[in-house]
Design a protein around this ligand. Structure first.
Ligand SMILES: Cc1cc2nc3c(=O)[nH]c(=O)nc-3n(C[C@H](O)[C@H](O)[C@H](O)COP(=O)(O)OP(=O)(O)OC[C@H]3O[C@@H](n4cnc5c(N)ncnc54)[C@H](O)[C@@H]3O)c2cc1C
Length: 398
């Protein structure tokens, strides 16, 4: 953070500066215009290929199966927004559902979560092993006490297509996208951000600053003197192929085993992964390095046990991406900073930010335009809980 004098020479100014132009930045920009914001909106993005963004490396999943009502509402609202904006075909929504499986120890939690989801209007049913075996004949129900299946409103999309569509809409409504890297934030006395500084020497005075830098949100907030517990955590996605798969498995939902291993169909192949335990967190954040032993020891045995046809599976590709990981409670941080009054946060989604970006972006735009949340009440996801150190725990972090 640097303390700026208001008389510092100005090279540029905008009513709203959004740092980060992927799915969250694009959603905020798009909704500012949709809500009638007429001022200058500038999105600053350092990598216009978006190749390393969390968005481009996401698995694209959309689910209603959360334990926190706000998360259920955000995902449902985001899917509705994608539909209303006419993006459904473009993003290729595959409404094949999520199937979350529980062993006897997880059964009560699963039932409580399903009750919450159904109260929120989600189309999720809890099924016993016999019903699961009938619905999904490729599945082994050994060790399974129950499963929760989303019959509608869940599935997956192409993440990059959603990000591109939001950017295209924003541009068409006059949002400017600038290539550059924010490397400093000037704060003036009285608790306001005055300007952002870019590595090329530009300084952009901003009426408001939105943090949409995904896994780098903690680093950006630090430039303003704000401790935001969001950091990159490396996650692997493996692409697997298998000869002689039963035909019906192509219709499989995104299935989550009690071990945490998940898989879903992707065209003629499958993708799969698992979040590491705390002790397994990769220290090396380089996205070009893939841990293939992790697949062999932590994923394959569970896949083969859950789907006998996966015995003969082979990895044909893999990628790594950075989760925008909120170390306090793995939930989004959506709102205005209580002390820096023109600093807005939309960060920390920890593996569920793609599906929440449209509604979370709209929520930030509402705060800017109306000074309050209008369509969804998201106060519990604000920064205040972070400042108090009070976690808003979510049971279903995948
Ligand atoms: C492997 C993996 C699987 C996932 N699966 C799912 C899923 O199934 N469903 C789901 O909902 N979510 C999923 N996620 C999470 C989801 O991808 C993220 O929560 C979401 O994409 C975050 O979007 P974002 O725009 O905030 O961040 P990003 O997409 O990372 O975008 C941030 C942008 O900010 C830019 N930037 C950073 N710092 C600066 C700076 N200083 N100056 C200028 N620009 C900067 C970056 O270049 C980047 O383009 C997954 C993530 C990963 C890694």
């Amino acid at each position: 953070m640097s303390i700026a004098s208001p008389s510092t020479a100005v090279s540029n100014s905008a009513d709203v500066v959004i740092a980060g132009g992927a799915v969250v930045g694009g959603a905020v920009a798009c909704f500012l215009r949709k809500l009638g914001f007429a001022g200058r909106v500038v999105v600053i993005e350092r990598d216009t290929t978006y190749a390393q963004s969390a968005t481009a490396r996401s698995a694209g999943g959309i689910r209603t199966q959360f334990s926190t009502p706000e998360n259920i509402r955000l995902s449902r609202a985001s899917l509705a927004i994608i539909r209303e904006l006419g993006f459904m075909d473009e993003v290729g929504f595959r409404e094949q559902g999520y199937l979350i499986l529980a062993s006897e120890t997880g059964r009560a939690t699963l039932a409580a979560n399903v009750a919450t989801q159904r109260r929120e209007g989600a189309d999720v049913v809890m099924e016993e092993p016999a019903a699961l075996a009938a619905r999904f004949p490729w599945l082994s129900t050994d060790g399974i006490a129950a499963g929760a299946f989303g019959r509608s409103g869940e599935g997956w999309i192409d993440p990059s297509s959603l990000m591109s569509a939001l950017r295209r809409e924003s541009r068409a409504m006059g949002v400017e996208f600038v290539t550059g890297e924010v490397c400093g934030i000037d704060v003036v006395g009285g608790g306001r951000i005055d300007a952002v500084r870019l590595t090329n020497g530009d300084r952009i005075v901003c009426g408001r600053l939105v943090n949409a830098t995904g896994p780098h949100a903690g680093a950006l907030a630090h430039m303003a003197g704000v401790a935001l517990p969001v950091e990159p955590r490396k996650r692997y996605v493996y692409v697997v192929d298998c000869r002689d798969l039963p035909r019906r498995i192509a219709d499989a939902p995104l299935t989550v085993d009690p071990s945490g291993v998940w898989f879903r169909p992707e065209g003629r192949t499958f993708i799969c992964g698992r979040s590491p335990d705390a002790a397994q967190e990769p220290a090396d954040l380089d996205l070009d390095r893939i841990d293939h032993d992790f697949f062999d020891t932590e994923i394959w045995p569970h896949l083969a046990a859950r789907v006998p046809a996966f015995e003969a599976i082979k990895v044909i590709n893999a990628w790594a991406g950075h989760y925008d990981y909120n170390t306090l409670d793995q939930n989004g941080i959506i709102g205005r900073h209580p002390e820096l009054a023109n600093f807005y946060l939309c960060n920390g989604f920890s593996g569920h930010g793609l599906q929440q970006a449209p509604a979370a972006g709209r929520a930030i735009a509402e705060l800017i335009v109306h000074g309050r949340f209008v369509t969804l009440e998201l106060t519990r996801l604000g920064f205040e809980r972070i400042a108090r150190g009070e976690a808003l725990a979510e049971q279903n972090v995948i």
